[in-house]
Design a protein around this ligand. Structure first.
Ligand code: KIV
Length: 273
């Protein structure tokens, strides 16, 4: 499977396509998306679009992802699903909707899948949540397991801490990944984890891995779209490569508009009825 050019979008990426990536050399191209217009731009070039709970920070200006609600994920999930023709759509389960017990997780997951029509859900987990993954998978809900640095644990852990630094941490992460795979997760997302540890996890599991701040050896890569487009001006994590500086381009455009409005140059006769 290759990423399709814009004019050639016919095929919708399926779960089986994603699962097959472990056997191919072509890495999965993944980005986050939260809105309809951005989805239409990203969709032709991406295998997976994630409606990440990072939307709490990127869209809503929250300090972290803990305040994101199921309603927010449903609404943004619908916008993305309605606008994507090609990419496989995964939605994050937000904090507080799945961790306490598998029955609550299933109730939240059914609402998220049912109301949005997305293809899969992502949960921040370790091996203690394997029964929850199993419960969802047994109810036909495909699960991507997010391990390593889990932003929903930021308060508990006192900040964003890179994982896989010690032999014990590496072996714990491998146990987490294997437990998630055994519970039925179709993919493992590895965030903020030392390169060697991420590489080892990726080589150990038989489902495709997707990395963010992880390793080029992962079976796919994901970034927060607004980070890689240079729209976020405050903090840039080490793992973000900026492929554009849209904040500057938008600033210049808005400056031009503001000047023309103030000078009564816009709208001129070309833009009025
Ligand atoms: O919420 C999100 O956008 C994510 C990515 C950082 C992987 O989980």
């Amino acid at each position: 499977m290759t990423t399709l050019p814009k004019e050639n979008i016919q095929n919708k990426i399926t779960l089986a396509d994603i699962q097959n990536h472990k056997k191919t050399d072509a890495p999965l191209v993944c980005l986050t998306s939260y809105t309809a217009p951005m989805t239409k731009i990203l969709d032709p070039y991406c295998d997976i679009l994630l409606v990440g709970d990072s939307l709490g920070m990127v869209v809503y200006g929250m300090e972290n992802t803990l305040g994101v609600t199921l309603d927010m994920m449903v609404n943004h999930g619908k916008a993305v699903v309605n606008s994507a023709k090609h990419a496989f759509i995964i939605i994050d389960m937000p904090y507080g909707t799945y961790e306490d017990n598998p029955a609550h997780a299933l109730e939240s997951a059914k609402r998220l899948m049912g109301e949005t029509g997305c293809e899969a859900l992502k949960l921040e987990v370790n091996r203690s949540l394997a029964p929850t993954i199993e419960r969802l998978v047994n109810n036909d809900i495909p699960v991507q397991a997010h391990i390593g640095l889990c932003p929903q644990k930021i308060v508990k852990e006192g900040g964003y801490k890179v994982k896989g630094k010690t032999n014990q941490e590496i072996s714990d992460l491998i146990d987490d990944a294997l437990a998630c795979e055994k519970a039925g997760a179709f993919s493992i997302l590895i965030e903020g984890t030392k390169e060697a540890a991420s590489r080892e996890i990726s080589a150990t599991v038989s489902v495709p891995t997707v990395g963010i701040g992880a390793s080029p050896a992962c079976d796919g890569q994901i970034l927060v779209t607004q980070d890689m487009l240079g729209m976020i001006t405050d903090h840039t994590p080490k793992f973000v490569k900026k492929y554009a500086t849209l904040a500057d381009i938008i600033g210049e455009a808005v400056k031009g508009y503001a000047e023309e409005v103030r000078e009564r140059k816009f709208p001129n006769e070309k833009y009025v009825y």
